[in-house]
Ligand binder design. Structure first.
Ligand SMILES: [Zn+2]
Ligand SMILES: [Zn+2]
Length: 290
């Protein structure tokens, strides 16, 4: 909620004319209490989880033949019923575990200094903050994920996420409720260390969701804009982690590849890629000779 009755009052406090985005923000947020703005994240969680995987589902169900060359594990197909069960289970986890934590976390959000003021951050501030959040989240996620691959944690918790040896977009948050909370915590570390504006905070969780759905999509699409992000893992990278399953000691990172490179947990993946490349070359040679 903004402490101004009119836009004019807000502009006087700013000491300048409000930008177009700030005017929009004023219109939207001026009368809404801060806790309502914070609870938007819960709404976005349901909304974007329901919308973002749709293109991948459409490809899997209706364009499967044309898009098979981009499917990472083309032999495994999911029915609409499989997808519905995944969606239903994830929604249940959101309602039972994630929503209560998000609602109860409001005082923490206030404490760490997530601001809702009239002055919006610049594009460069948003970019730098998001970059820091991704780096911090990636590092925290890497180690928490490695811990989830210990014998006890895998059997009790992480096994659920690995039920999908060939993941689909909807299965990104398909996991034991404890895992959703443990790995969700990693996403809060960045904003806790470098507090931001509420709009950046929303954007961060939407992008994080978008990234998780893409890396679990099961499709390595060559035109994906993420192909231009340096050190970005992507769908093929994380798919390998699911393909190997519980025994894997490779590709623990969620977004970038730098942690796996530094700690030497990408060797299995690179070996696998080399073997596949050799197989492809041999098949090509045989075709040419015949
Ligand atoms: Zn895992
Ligand atoms: Zn996964």
């Amino acid at each position: 909620m903004l402490p101004y009755q009119t836009l004019q009052e807000a502009e006087e406090a700013l000491g300048r004319t409000a930008t177009f985005a700030e005017k929009l923000w004023f219109t939207y947020s001026a009368k809404k209490p801060d806790y309502i703005l914070h609870y938007h994240n819960t709404l976005f969680l349901f909304l974007f989880y329901s919308i973002l995987p749709l293109p991948y589902l459409f490809i899997e169900l209706y364009l499967s033949k044309n898009m098979d060359r981009y499917k990472i594990q083309p032999k495994i197909k999911r029915s609409i019923w499989d997808m519905f069960k995944c969606y239903r289970d994830v929604m249940l986890t959101f309602v039972v575990a994630v929503c209560p934590v998000q609602i109860l976390s409001y005082p923490t959000i206030k404490c760490i200094g997530i601001r809702t003021g009239m002055e919006l951050p610049s594009a460069s501030e948003i970019f730098l903050q998001l970059l820091v959040y991704f780096m911090i989240e990636d590092f925290s996620h890497y180690w928490l994920h490695r811990m989830l691959h210990s014998k006890w944690a895998y059997q009790k918790i992480h096994r659920v996420h690995h039920q999908y040896t060939a993941p689909i977009g909807l299965s990104a948050p398909y996991a034991h409720w404890a895992e959703v909370l443990i790995l969700g915590f990693a996403s809060f570390v960045g904003p806790a260390i470098v507090p931001c504006h509420m709009t950046t905070y929303w954007l961060w969780f939407i992008l994080r969701q978008l990234e998780a759905i893409e890396t679990h999509s099961g499709y390595d699409l060559p035109w994906s804009p993420t192909k231009y992000i340096p050190f970005y893992g992507g769908a093929e990278y994380h798919d390998y982690h699911h393909y190997i399953g519980g025994q894997t000691q490779s590709n623990f990172a969620s977004v970038f590849t730098y942690c796996d490179y530094i700690y030497g947990t990408d060797k299995g993946y690179h070996h696998h890629k080399k073997v596949l490349q050799k197989l492809k070359e041999n098949v090509g040679k045989e075709v040419r000779e015949n």
